[in-house]
Design a binder for this molecule. Structure first.
Ligand code: ADP
Length: 482
């Protein structure tokens, strides 16, 4: 069943199966980053509404957790089907509030739906264990139980996928969710809630609270009824939430910032590496946590690689994501543009050269795809995550050197290597201190694999069967007197 854009575009929060305004009646305005036009308003909620949502979630969890896996799977599958049927409308809402080209938005809706499909299936495999006992008249059982009510806090760069990547395993495990979507992109989350309701997700199981991040976050992390917090966003906010969650010893999953190295060895298939970098660097205008941030190219192929990259990046078309042919949308806001400009400026001052792009300061949210070369490890662009369409090219001479440079960061999310040598593919990927490595692949995200980082890039994994375990607690039962 397809819903009209009007039925999916909700300007109220969703608590206990009802569409409601903030208790204060206040709302915030949401604008389109491509045009600065007002798209709509969402309630400015705080502590009280969050508490109501948690109470509703707690009640719903107690019922839902008792249902069979088959029942959960059926409801999740209905949600999946509805999302797939409404892909066009959902993608339009996503592009309007986030900016990415419509085709990419459609791709994100498909990717977001894939988590629901996967966890609908995986709900049936929350298996336990029976361990040989230490006593003849006893048996040791280990089972998995849902963790309880989950708080999910999500970012703006993937307004759909970051929600389903948390909610689908949570529901499959038997948990309820209180979601606080990113302030810039609440409408995709609310549209997903409208479809969840349609699919038969019970009232209170999925709540979307919009508004004041600090107040909502404080309640979510201090309320004893929340047993787990799952956050995707900046490292700074992740650290804060982890500290806040410590007061009530909640389980914590964090997917934080990256600073991905993209290493091209002299034996690489250069065309394949170019294809990879176009995705790993320029997808979503460079605004993904797994985006290539430092492109290390072996000195023997340096000039050749830059020449080919120049040709491909010149083909990108910047504009409103709703316009045909556009491949690079606006960045999310002016602060994002200013960060990219700061990185370009700093690198140029310290001796890098501009290959493509402009040093002119932009006055809106658009920025031309840019390539800079002869970048060094002491430049800002090497130290911070750029989160924009800036390709920074470094050169290197040998394997040990580039491994050490790639690992010289507090982040450890994704890394990419391009080589034709099997031995190098293994030894380098094993030596990289990252949670994920793409070997001759620039797109590593899939619902089938455990996504996550090491070091300050986070805790826990999303996707795969490991992603379901994150929403469960182990219970050991000793069955005696047998
Ligand atoms: P970015 O800088 O990319 O916007 P953030 O980490 O600031 O990343 O935002 C990610 C999510 O965290 C958003 O939903 C945002 O509203 C939320 N957030 C930011 N600050 C806090 C906070 N103090 N408490 C709870 N949530 C927060």
């Amino acid at each position: 069943m397809t819903l009209s854009l009007g039925e999916l575009f909700k300007q109220k929060a969703f608590i206990n199966g009802e569409w409601i305004n903030a208790y204060s009646g206040k709302s915030t305005v949401i604008t389109n980053p491509a045009t600065t036009d007002v798209i709509g308003h969402v309630p400015l909620m705080g502590v009280e509404e969050t508490r109501t949502a948690i109470e509703a979630a707690d009640k719903a969890y107690r019922q839902w957790s008792k249902t069979t896996a088959k029942y959960k799977a059926t409801v999740l599958r209905q949600w999946y089907d509805l999302i797939v049927e409404n892909t066009a409308e959902l993608a339009t809402i996503l592009t309007l509030e986030q900016g990415k080209p419509l085709n990419e938005a459609k791709g994100e809706i498909t990717y977001a739906a894939s988590f629901i499909e996967w966890y609908a299936e995986e709900a049936k495999r929350m298996n336990g264990e029976m361990i040989p006992s230490h006593k003849t008249d006893a048996r040791i059982l280990v089972s998995r139980q849902p963790v309880g009510v989950v708080a999910a806090i999500t970012p703006w760069n993937f307004p759909a996928a970051m929600i389903t990547r948390k909610c689908a395993p949570a529901f499959a495990a038997g948990c309820a969710v209180v979601l606080k979507p990113a302030p810039d992109t609440p409408f995709t989350a609310l549209a997903f809630a409208a479809l969840a309701q349609q699919a038969g997700i019970p009232d209170g199981l999925f709540n979307v609270v919009t508004g004041d991040a600090v107040k909502i976050g404080a309640e979510l992390t201090s309320n004893k009824k929340i047993r787990k917090i799952s956050f995707t966003g900046s490292t700074a906010v992740g650290k804060l939430l982890m500290a806040q969650a410590a007061t009530t010893v909640k389980k914590v999953s964090l997917e934080l910032g990256g600073n991905a190295p993209f290493i091209i060895f002299d034996d690489a298939d250069i065309e394949r590496a170019i294809d990879g970098i176009m995705i790993a660097k320029f997808r979503n205008a460079g605004q993904t946590c797994v985006c290539a941030n430092r492109i290390y190219v072996h000195k023997a192929i340096y000039e050749q690689f830059i020449e080919r990259l120049y040709q491909q990046v010149s083909l990108l078309k910047v504009g409103n994501g709703l316009d045909a042919g556009v491949t690079i949308g606006p960045l999310i806001n002016r602060a994002a543009v200013e960060k990219v400009e700061r990185h370009i400026h700093d690198a140029m001052l310290k001796g890098a050269s501009l290959v493509l792009g402009s040093q002119q300061v932009s006055s809106d949210c658009f920025i031309q795809p840019t390539i800079i070369r002869d970048v060094r490890d002491d430049m800002l662009v090497a130290i911070e995550e750029t989160f924009g369409p800036l390709a920074a090219i470094f050169s290197f001479s040998d394997d040990q050197e580039v491994i050490a440079r790639a690992n010289n960061t507090d982040s450890g999310l994704a890394a990419y290597i391009y080589t034709q040598s099997l031995s190098r593919a293994f030894t380098v990927s094993e030596a990289l201190e990252y949670g994920m490595v793409g070997v001759n692949e620039g797109l590593i995200s899939t619902e089938l694999a455990p996504f996550g980082g090491v070091k300050e890039s986070g805790l826990g994994r999303e996707g795969a069967h490991q992603g379901l375990e994150e929403y469960t607690e182990m219970k050991y039962t000793l069955m005696g007197g047998i």
